[in-house]
Design a protein around this ligand. Structure first.
Ligand SMILES: [Mg+2]
Length: 188
């Protein structure tokens, strides 16, 4: 199978690092659960959106982002099983170098640059499945849709929209292994 995988808040914990740094910088105590939309600045009353978004442009920010537990093991497992894995990310030009060198290839050293696709239009990419926390990346795509749960998509009805909601990478591994078995069975 061709397995497409989002980066931010799917294989790494962007939001956790962002809130941690913004709290530190502006002396706040915002919790991850308070981020209920794409507007990360919303719970930071009295601060501008720009002040909060500036945080991710600070030098060294991406190096402070930690991998999602189990993600590296899962991607390695899929590749060992013979699947093709591609990271599909809407990474902005300013972030590419630090995010790739300081984060992706640091924690996922078995991936190569030829497995990275940078695009803001994931629906243009062909694959059997996309794993993503962004509803807008899954809607309308011609791939099977695995929604990685996140505070901002918590109230979305995944099942009603043809998506499978997962809470962690263990569930994803189970699901992909099952899909693989079903496809092999269908070919017999
Ligand atoms: Mg994401």
């Amino acid at each position: 199978m061709i397995i497409l995988v989002d980066m931010d808040d799917t294989i790494e914990q962007l939001l956790e690092a962002w809130v941690r740094r913004a709290n530190e910088k502006y002396d706040r105590n915002v919790m991850l659960d308070e981020i209920t939309s794409w507007n990360v600045a919303a719970p930071y009353t009295g601060l501008t959106r720009k002040q909060i978004y500036d945080v991710i442009y600070e030098k060294g920010f991406w190096e402070s982002v930690k991998p999602m537990p189990g993600a590296a093991e899962a991607l390695k497992h899929f590749m060992d099983e013979g699947h093709e894995v591609f990271i599909v990310t809407a990474t902005e030009p300013e972030h590419v170098e630090e995010k790739m060198k300081g984060l992706l290839f640091r924690y996922f050293p078995f991936l190569s640059w030829s497995q990275v696709i940078i695009t803001g239009r994931k629906q243009m990419i062909r694959g059997d499945v996309l794993i993503d926390d962004g509803i807008h990346n899954l809607e309308g795509g011609e791939y099977r849709k695995i929604l990685f749960t996140a505070p901002h998509n918590r109230n979305y009805d995944a099942e009603a929209n043809g998506m499978i909601r997962v809470r962690n990478w263990e569930e994803i591994v189970q699901m992909i292994d099952q899909m693989e078995k079903r496809e092999r069975g269908a070919l017999k």
